[in-house]
Design a protein around this ligand. Sequence first.
Ligand SMILES: Cc1ncc(C[n+]2csc(CCOP(=O)(O)OP(=O)(O)O)c2C)c(N)n1
Ligand SMILES: CC(=O)[C@@H](O)[C@H](O)COP(=O)(O)O
Ligand SMILES: [Mg+2]
Length: 625
Amino acid sequence: MSHSYLDMINDYRDLYRLKLEEKNRLCGEIRQMIIGVATENGGHLASSLGAVELVVALLSVFDPMKDKIVFDVGHQAYAYKILTGRKDRFHTLRQWGGISGFPKREESPYDHFDTGHAGTSISAAMGYAKARDLLHQSHNVIAVVGDASISNGMSLEALNQIEELKTKVIIVLNDNKMSINFPIGGLAKHLSHLSTNPSYRKMKDALRSACKNLPLGGSLIEESLKKLKYQIKTALQPINMFEALGINYWGPFNGHNLEELEEVFKLAKAFDESVLIHVITKKGKGYAPAEENPTKYHGVSPKRPRPDAEIVSWSKACAECVERIAEKDKRVVCLTAAMEEGCGLSRFKKRFPDRFFDVGIAEEHMLTYAAGLAAGGMRPVAFIYSTFLQRAGDQLYHDIAMQKLPVVISLDRSGLVGEDGETHQGLLDIPWFKSVPGLIIASPRDVADMEFMFSNLIKNCDMPAIVRYPKGDAPKRLARDVDAPCAPWLKAEVLRHGREVLLIGHGGVISMLIESCNKIADIYNIDPTLVDLRFLKPLDLETLNKLFVDHSLVIMAEESYAIGGIGEQLLGLAQRVNKHIRWEHMAVPDLYVPHGAKDEQLRYVGICCDEVVKKVSEYLETAPR
Ligand SMILES: Cc1ncc(C[n+]2csc(CCOP(=O)(O)OP(=O)(O)O)c2C)c(N)n1
Ligand SMILES: CC(=O)[C@@H](O)[C@H](O)COP(=O)(O)O
Ligand SMILES: [Mg+2]
């Protein structure tokens, strides 16, 4: 499709040149660009398609060169990127060295706040607004937040404070009646009440008459705003949570009607208090498959050769493993924080609806709810991405581990995650949680060990535990004879008995270390030893100390930050038993790993076979032969 209007304009600054009808056509062209690039590169298709008119109207009324527009999660901001100077680079979306899939300050002066985790936009906008007031500046601050993200704890904490802060923030609530799946809870019901309540008709009429005075400005607008406030208050007699918190509520408006949106944004710009503008949009708008199935098209994967049907994802394998245990053990319940599909739980939900809980975007609540379930005699398994567990660190420590409650955290997307980039990497779970006393941390290399670990944890262990695994496909059996049993509980497993060079790893790096052993043997005629730690807490020091004594070079690899990694902990132990040992820790350095394919990220941080071989060659150059 030719992009005549998109070609006609450089960026948002040229929007004023387009008539309303032309702007609507521009929205169609922007949609086509988003569909084309996200289908190729992967990305958040449905959310961005639903926010096109919202973005065009915002950029027609506000100037992102001075006004601060903060997106919540930021996965709906593709049209914003296209219209703020990245139209010609949009085809590099989420690719290594390309533009990020989320707003990123270092990428553009128009991106005012880095986002990726839900619930941050209102707090950040309030900070921007208060700074503006204290510095006697006069720009506008706008938070764009979805109907599920506004239910996140952080959003509610911010909404609670906003009235007292006596500063003006414009909140655009983008209500498409969807999270990734359907939104849960009382707030979702309240929003649908607000969208359908007839008394809002009166308010919209009042808003419309106030808009008529806009061009005149001055005292007339003052007058009509005063009248507007009174009419809104009377119109909104039925409880409205935002009004109850002292926040002006306007809406609902049609989030695909450019004229209506621009009108209300202009009024909000002239208004002298914080206001929440409730807009109704369709997730996936303009692309029938995404409109029909916004869950499936929330995030689309980059085009890659189809893995063979045999291969199963870690998420699916773990969920099905827990499902089999739940068949026999009625105490087992599964929890997710709005990530049912991502964590592979849809089948569990269908089979055990009474033992499945989607708490919404509420990780903190999920963990302490799981603690209560465990205290009450259940065996909760909380499925959560490593990056999102960062939100619930204290709940894991204070509410679960300290009370020794048997909650199992099924920790998905641990390690490097690929195209979502910095905000979604799973690199902190080991440094943060290996210090939690009494917590078991398991890191299986294959499905066989994962099943052994979940089964033992749920059936025989009254301990809090994490089972961590990476994004992507799970090897059914790796370095394991067909009918060989799993290694003993809490023991490390020597996968290859060799000499001089010792490779240590766990979870997703084991297959790379196996490949490295073969290369080292071929090139240097050295037969390395390879150990799978399997358990990161407690560590199997008995096995490890014996190995440290007998080897002179140790290369320890893990997809975790080096600082606080297991490799850092083991170094001290190794030097105690063999002060001549040479130690190499292959882990993520002290930096944020940008978006791109996972193998590009692994090479960038040096967790790869070539790096292992290089370290062995450097060692051989100096080691006495
Ligand atoms: C703290 C946190 N938990 C979970 C997620 C995963 N996530 C990304 S978008 C999303 C749904 C957001 O729904 P909504 O705010 O309504 O935006 P929409 O996608 O409908 O436009 C979720 C759960 C996240 N980004 N951050
Ligand atoms: C925006 C967001 O946080 C989620 O959509 C996340 O991108 C899902 O990640 P996966 O694609 O790995 O399930
Ligand atoms: Mg939504």
